[in-house]
Ligand binder design. Structure first.
Ligand code: GDP
Ligand code: MG
Length: 836
């Protein structure tokens, strides 16, 4: 039977995992290996995905993925198979558990401590997501941390330093991975980091609450022969569960020190660091021999044969152990294949490899990749059988909370309630500090304005730089608050539940359950929304989400809508607004499907997502998380946004026509003189000056670079029914959407002295031949254009940062603007046809 046929509460045993390479590999790494017991625990409210328990932890799978797993409910059947498998592989069960490490001699290490050994140790933290790496990192690195800048990857690593017992540690917090197979960006990143940066010691953080699965990564690290110390984190949870774990014996078996820790409270950390120093000293001293994972006779023989192929080849430049290269070749690892292809005689190697793979498949009745994964898990199971007491561990609290938050009826309402609270807090609560910041920016601007001599420099500083900086930091309160929520959701474990219940809906759009949160946030502001796409592990889903977020109508577009809706549609205002929002969502859905079909076609890694037990996050970790993000926002986005604001300011400011300016100054002088000569009263003077300033602004805008560009593109905008003034306001809206309104205010200044509202003026505006500029049709096209086109500069900067390249930022500009143009064109032309 298939795993998907299992009813809630039932248990089955895995016989086989079908599906293509990457997919099968991923499932197997997560513990879906043959012989393993699985229990169906819960269906999501929409019946998909399903939550399973395997290897003492909880994981969710889509129904379509569970179909790929063959199972049986009969214990006898699986027991029988197990015997068969074992004799196939010819595994000598005792073989694995003798350490092959060289004798670690305490006395030598003691000696070393005093001298000779270098005092700097580079340490990398490697482990599963949620194993507590960051907690340990934050604890030890204290205030010295800084965000490392590693080029070309969106996944980031944090670096920090600390001093302990006279040693200086450089500590790196690497992204969480379940394996080093190289299928996901995180896996590749961690693997490359280990190979290229060659850390002196790797601390493998293993979650004691899901030990069997966590040790899979450990076996891969052992294969890579990296000097390693295991931090058995979450030891408190293991103790609470009542299980007994003889970790010392396991440490001897795998030839790797294991130190229990509680990352949350800092217990065991000094011991961990001592062990790192001790181990480091021992690696300095002797040419340490390395423990090996025994893969059973068939695989071991294949490895041996492969090793012989390399007899006369110098592999030192690869900086990888020979055994590892051979194992990975047999597994068909594409990264290693790429490296080996550089060798002159690689044909021979590949030919031999293919032969061995075929041989393995014939003997073991499974492909080589699965064979290795199964052997690794077999090794782990064997090791734990002797050291870990049977009593199973289920977190009662987690079960209780899940029964409510993923409940068929309560799941969605609760989720939307959380979303609503998050949204309100981010944008409503964020508004107060935002106003404060705007006020402060204005004060500073005014101060400079009053105290500096007139001239372009002053204008640059006041309008370009201070205005630009203001544009960057106004979002900061939103981002801080949003990240407070996201950090809480991630650290507590709720985030994966949210994806669990939303996945079915999002999957229909070709997206992942986790894409929902960024999309919702987009209605507030696209910038934090795009930053929050980081929580999506799958790169293609993350990219698609990022590219469709701009269609979520952000709050900055609302003022534009309000002005125009008020002109012609005041009766149906809310209907029109709703229509705009819905159009945005619709375009997002269509674009997502389009992108999935064209740009990001690669098969996504399966949904297999761990549902970690609920844990109360510590205040410290949340604050650090929040601080990191805000800091990053200021550092990384600040530059591009500021630069772009200055560019737009520049385009609007130049060229200055001194003659024209002087003429206006003269006019103003004349008015002032009339006032001093008592020919006009004060009120008349003020209106006249205001009028002159308006005309000055209009003329300036019209002749400025941006005005010229507006006129230049007017022919393109004509078919949409837009004149050059509309085009200019759309251009200036690139800085931020609300600027569209103020630009229109300047350009459609009106020519009489009665101060009518902008809406009145827009309505009254006519072409020279008397036709009105704004008809309901033009307004609809215009509103759609504003909805769809060029996300603002801050959003573009965010897309650039999160996608890691300007390419996608540029793509977003062209795609959205092109789409806006086409939609507006269609609406306008069809409208004209219908009206005539
Ligand atoms: P990372 O994904 O590996 O960086 O894991 P984090 O450091 O973000 O930790 C994930 C969650 O586990 C957080 O809620 C931590 O507070 C919690 N946590 C970390 N270490 C421990 C521990 O030793 N015991 C317990 N009970 N919780 C821990
Ligand atoms: Mg982390």
């Amino acid at each position: 039977m298939r795993l998907s046929e299992l009813h809630t509460g039932e248990t089955a045993y895995i016989l086989k995992v079908n599906g293509n390479g990457a997919f099968r590999k991923r499932l197997q790494e997560m513990g879906f290996v043959r012989g393993q017991e699985v229990k169906a625990i819960l269906n999501a409210p929409l019946k998909d995905p399903i939550k399973y328990e395997i290897m003492d932890y909880e994981v969710s799978l889509r129904r379509s993925e569970a179909v790929m797993i063959e199972t049986t409910m009969l214990r006898e059947e699986v027991e029988q198979k197990k015997k068969q498998w074992q004799s196939d592989a010819e595994i000598d069960t005792d073989e694995g558990f003798t350490s092959r490490t060289g004798e670690s001699s305490e006395s030598i290490i003691q000696e070393n401590r005093q001298h000779k050994v270098p005092k700097n140790i580079k340490v990398a933290l490697v482990g599963n997501p949620n194993s507590g790496k960051t907690s340990i990192f934050n604890l030890v690195s204290g205030a010295h941390e800084h965000v490392g800048n590693y080029s070309g990857v969106t996944v980031d690593a944090k670096e920090g330093t600390l001093h302990h017992q006279g040693y200086t540690f450089t500590l790196v917090d690497l992204p969480g991975t379940y394996s080093l197979a190289g299928y996901t960006p995180e896996e590749l990143y961690v693997r490359r980091y280990i190979v290229e940066e060659q850390p002196d010691i790797v601390i493998n953080v293993v979650a004691a609450s899901a030990i069997e699965r966590s040790l899979y990564l450990t076996t891969e690290l052992i294969d890579m022969e990296v000097p390693m110390v295991i931090a058995l984190n979450m030891y408190d949870e293991l103790e609470q569960s009542g299980r007994k774990f003889d970790y010392r014996s396991l440490a001897t078996m795998i030839g790797t020190p294991i130190i229990p820790t509680v990352g949350k409270k800092g217990l065991g950390i000094p011991q961990l660091l001592n062990e790192v120093i001790r181990f480091f000293a021992s690696t300095q001293q002797q040419n340490a021999s390395h423990p090996h994972i025994p893969y059973g006779r068939v695989l071991e023989r294949a490895i041996e044969i492969m090793e012989r192929e390399f007899q006369h080849i110098d592999i030192t430049p690869f900086r990888l152990p020979l055994r590892y290269i051979c194992i990975k070749l047999l597994e068909g690892d594409s990264e290693i294949e790429r490296i080996i292809r550089q060798l002159p005689n690689h044909q021979n190697i590949f030919a031999r490899r293919d032969k061995e793979r075929a041989y393995i498949e014939k003997l073991l009745h499974e492909d080589a990749e699965s064979a290795f994964t199964n052997a690794r898990y077999g090794f782990i199971a064997g090791g734990l059988e002797e050291t870990l007491s049977e009593r199973r561990y289920f977190s009662e609290t987690t079960r209780k909370i899940d029964a409510i938050v993923t409940n068929k009826y309560l799941g969605f309402p609760l989720f939307f309630l959380f979303m609503w609270i998050m949204f309100e807090a981010t944008f409503k609560l964020g508004e107060y500090p935002m106003q404060g910041i705007e006020w402060l920016v204005e004060i500073i601007g005014n101060f400079v304005r009053r105290n500096m001599a007139d001239g372009p420099l002053k204008d640059l500083i006041v309008d370009g730089i201070i205005g630009g900086v203001g544009g960057v930091i106004v979002f900061l309160p939103n981002i801080v608050i949003l990240y407070l929520f996201i950090a809480f959701m991630e650290d507590s474990g709720y985030m994966s539940r949210a994806s669990f219940i939303m996945d079915k809906v999002m999957h229909k759009m070709g997206l992942h359950g986790k894409s929902f949160i960024p999309l919702i946030m987009g209605f507030g502001c696209n910038v934090p929304a795009i930053m929050s796409t980081r929580t999506i592990e799958s790169r293609s889903s993350r990219m698609i989400t990022m590219l469709i977020v701009p269609f979520m109508s952000c709050s900055a577009r609302l003022p534009v809508y309000l002005v125009f809706v008020g002109i012609f549609f005041s009766k149906y205002a809310s209907l029109v607004l709703l229509g705009l929002y819905v159009t945005g969502i619709l375009l997002a859905v269509l674009s997502a499907r389009l992108f999935r079909k064209t740009l990001f076609t690669e098969e996504d890694t399966p949904f297999v997502m761990e549902l970690p037990p609920y844990r109360m996050p510590t205040l410290k970790s949340i604050i650090i998380h929040m601080w990191d993000r805000s800091n990053q926002y200021l550092k990384k986005m600040g530059g591009p946004i500021l630069l772009a604001s200055i560019v737009i300011w520049f385009l609007g400011y130049f060229p200055r026509n001194m003659q024209r300016e002087a003429a206006f100054d003269l006019q103003i002088e004349t008015v002032k003189r009339s006032f001093t000569q008592n020919r006009i009263d004060e009120q008349a003077k003020n209106t006249m000056i205001a009028d002159i300033e308006h005309i000055r602004m209009t003329q300036h805008q019209e002749n400025s670079l941006i005005g010229q560009i507006g006129k230049f593109i007017e022919p393109v905008m004509r078919p949409l029914g837009f004149d050059w003034k509309i085009s200019v306001s759309l251009l200036s809206g690139m800085a931020a959407k609300e600027i569209v309104v103020s630009t229109l205010g300047v350009l459609y200044a009106g020519n009489d002295d009665n101060q009518t509202s902008l809406q009145e003026r827009l309505k009254a505006e006519t072409y020279p031949d008397g036709r009105p500029v704004f008809t309901p049709l033009v307004v609809i096209g215009f509103l759609l254009f504003v909805l769809i086109y060029f996300p603002c500069i801050a959003t573009i900067a965010a897309i650039k940062e999160e996608s890691g390249s300007w390419k996608w930022a540029a793509f977003s500009i062209f795609y959205s603007t092109g789409l806006a143009w086409m939609v507006a064109l269609l609406v306008h032309q069809i409208g004209l046809l219908v009206a005539s």
